[in-house]
Unconditional design. Structure first.
Length: 189
């Protein structure tokens, strides 16, 4: 999923198991209020789980062979919408990111999805069995001091989260497929 090491895996799968592949899916939170801060060339998002199930296993409606669509709809409807605040930059080698405050609503979503689909290992296990802490990648491969200085006046940013997106990789880019609302309500396509 175009996340922490996105420049490295925006194309074909890498030899080390990392890399977006045609048919990959991911569950993400769209965070459009953060788009102006992101310099990676992708929309601001926080990852719930990447990769999720292959696209052939998640189809809306009656064409869903494993019932994954209905299970996702019910799972996310059992979680209330929430608000995340982003106020502080953090960094790892080569990556500048924002950590959500509080992280618990996002980790609860990830935990619920992983409990239902334990075969969906975060980041293909590259970062260990638990994956990465909740975050929004802002920049990678650039001078982070300059990026922090340029972007800091825009913080803090508050984002209301009302749904989880299922996105699909077509072999070149990620495309929105469905949005599953949090809390009770109809599915949005």
């Amino acid at each position: 999923m175009t996340d922490q090491l996105s420049a490295r895996h925006d194309g074909p799968a890498a030899d080390d198991g990392w890399g977006d592949r045609a048919g990959d899916t991911a569950l993400t939170l769209a965070l459009p209020a953060l788009d102006p801060l992101v310099t990676t060339g992708i929309r601001a998002h926080a990852t719930v789980l990447y990769p999720f199930l292959p696209v052939a296993r998640v189809r809306p409606g009656s064409d869903d062979p494993d019932g994954a669509d209905a299970a996702l709809r019910a799972l996310f409807a059992s979680h209330a919408p929430f608000t995340l605040r982003f106020a502080t930059f953090r960094g790892e080698p080569g990556v500048l990111f924002l950590a959500p405050e509080p992280p618990e609503p996002l980790t609860a979503l990830t935990g619920a999805v992983r409990a239902r689909w334990p075969e969906a290992v975060p980041y293909r296990g590259v970062f260990g069995p638990e994956g990465l802490a909740p975050h929004v990648t802002v920049a990678h491969g650039e001078e982070f001091g300059a990026a922090r200085e340029r972007l800091a006046p825009a913080l803090p940013v508050t984002c209301r989260v009302t749904g989880v997106r299922l996105i699909v990789h077509d072999g070149h880019t990620w495309q929105d497929r469905l949005t599953y609302p949090l809390g009770p309500g109809p599915q949005v396509r």
